[in-house]
Design a protein around this ligand. Structure first.
Ligand code: HEM
Length: 466
């Protein structure tokens, strides 16, 4: 290693402190965060068409914290400082309701979902759902995930470009169906579960159309679905309730280990069971939050790997030769999720005034944490635009610096499952296949609902199979 690189590695990594949390009147008397100097309609347009360029540009021009005038009521502040993130993740939950309850997800997953509920209701739903997503519970799925993955990658074409993301979605949908419903292998045709799977696939495909994208905007801040989403929700209801009703009639519900049976038997502190409506909301939450996110996260990591030959060859050699394969896989995934967080921003609407470093905002102002900008801070990740899994050698992801799964009391419930899936798939792909990018240029990010996905579906070529 050159002396220059030695010095670079020795440089301290960390952001300068920036106090944050509930604000005083004195904090509020100072000027607020800088505003993006564009009319609202241009901000909405640019944010929706090119969100990535938009946030990087205004971060460069205005600093860590700036104000944006978009579709969310109340002109949100966008921030990317780890101290600001810490202040929101560690705040009392009742002070920082989630913005998901105002997003287009709200009319789909309903008000009772763990994703959209706030306060005591949120904590109650979370406690009920935690056991089946605990690390040990997830270990039960490891073999099933490997089998699903082997079946899928055996079908990938050799020598012709194809999009990896839809293939990954098929794997993650199988895994979530197996986990939730306890069905392994192909879902039998004609069953309610089969109809459920078909409906999810149909709506996922539909959601990429311009009509659906417009529909998303129309549903911001709505409690009940309107337009395109209304039909989608009707379809989902029609396939979800029959599953719940049939499941309630089973004799062996108490001993079953699938997630649906477990949450059907779970009781609140008051001894209540979840109602059909609550079960419907949680079921859809788990499927919708769980399969596309994991599939696109994996697709992004592969998209980065095939364009970074050193990292790709190193990982492949480690997996094939068994030389700290697990460590290499972990670092590749950490770096993939740093460089391309599938959920690029998450938000809260504190109901008290909030300080963000030199600025403060009044109670009720939405605060958006840009995961993408945080993950590209030069002071936390030197050379942030380079894909370098080895930056993680000897370094643990910081709780407020690496947040692809969010944090605090709303940290992703499915993180252990998502990591188990990603590890198994990356291991199998590196072991069995030799991949190449279909073209040298990086794929652009496309923004869909709350996610950031590879615009061409992470297209690549299988050079050979072994
Ligand atoms: C790589 C894949 C995934 C990523 C990047 C991801 C990311 C996230 C993020 C950032 C949040 C926090 C949202 C916020 O703070 O507002 C979240 C919450 C959540 N995720 Fe995931 N997720 C993934 C996979 C999954 C899976 C597999 C499941 C379940 C099967 C799941 C279920 C949930 C649920 C239920 C919540 C809401 C938790 C709460 O509000 O208490 N996610 N996820």
């Amino acid at each position: 290693m050159s002396a220059l690189l030695d010095t670079a590695a020795a440089l301290p990594v960390g952001a300068a402190p920036s106090p944050a949390g509930p604000a005083t009147q004195a904090d509020l008397d100072r000027p607020g965060p800088p505003e993006i100097p564009l009319p609202k309609h241009l901000q909405v347009l640019r944010f929706n068409i090119r969100q990535t360029e938009f946030v990087f540009k205004w971060r460069r021009e205005l600093g860590d914290t700036f104000r944006f005038n978009g579709m969310v009521a109340g002109r949100p502040v966008i921030t990317c400082h780890p101290d600001h993130v810490r202040s929101l993740f560690t705040a009392k939950p009742e002070l920082v309701p989630t913005l998901v309850s105002e997003s287009p997800l709200r009319p789909i997953v309903g008000p009772a979902s763990v994703l959209t509920a706030n306060g005591p209701r949120h904590l109650r739903q979370r406690r009920l759902l935690l056991p089946p997503f605990h690390g040990e519970a997830i270990e039960r799925y490891t073999q099933m995930i490997a089998d699903v993955c082997d079946r899928e990658i055996a079908q990938w074409p050799i020598g012709e470009p194809f999009a990896v993301a839809p293939r990954m979605q098929s794997v993650t949908l199988d895994v979530i169906m197996a986990g939730i419903f306890g069905i392994e292998g192909d879902v039998p045709a004609g069953t309610p579960e089969h109809r459920f799977r078909r409906a999810i696939e149909h709506l996922t495909t539909m959601s990429t159309t311009p009509v659906a994208q417009l529909g998303e905007l129309l549903n911001v801040g709505k409690a009940e679905p309107v337009g395109f989403l209304k039909q989608g929700v009707r379809l989902l209801d029609a396939v979800t309730y029959p599953i719940i009703k049939a499941r309630r009639k089973l004799d062996d519900l108490e001993t079953r280990t699938d997630i649906l049976s477990m949450i059907m038997c779970a009781r609140t502190e008051d001894g209540d069971l979840l109602s059909d409506e609550e079960l419907r909301d949680e079921l859809l939450t788990l499927v919708l939050a769980g399969f596309e996110t994991t599939a696109n996260s994996l697709s992004w990591t592969l998209e980065r790997l095939v364009r970074t030959p050193d990292a790709y060859e190193q990982l492949r050699a480690a997996v094939r030769e068994g030389d700290d394969a697990a460590g290499h896989i972990e670092r590749a995934l950490q770096e993939g999720m740093r460089a391309r967080p599938v959920i690029p921003m998450i938000g809260r609407r504190p109901n008290v005034a909030w300080r963000l470093g030199d600025f403060a905002v009044p109670a009720g102002t939405p605060i958006t944490m840009s995961i993408l900008l945080l993950h590209h801070r030069e002071d936390l990740y030197p050379d942030p635009f380079a894909f370098r899994p080895d930056r993680w050698v000897g370094r643990k992801p910081g709780t407020y610096e690496w947040i692809p799964f969010g944090g605090g009391t709303r940290r992703c419930l499915g993180a252990a499952l998502a990591m188990a899936e990603q590890r198994a798939v990356l291991d199998a792909v590196m072991r069995r296949l030799d991949l190449a990018a279909d073209r040298p240029e990086a794929e652009h990010a496309q923004h869909r609902n709350v996610t950031m996905i590879p615009a061409r579906g992470a297209r690549m070529i299988v050079r050979s199979r072994s």
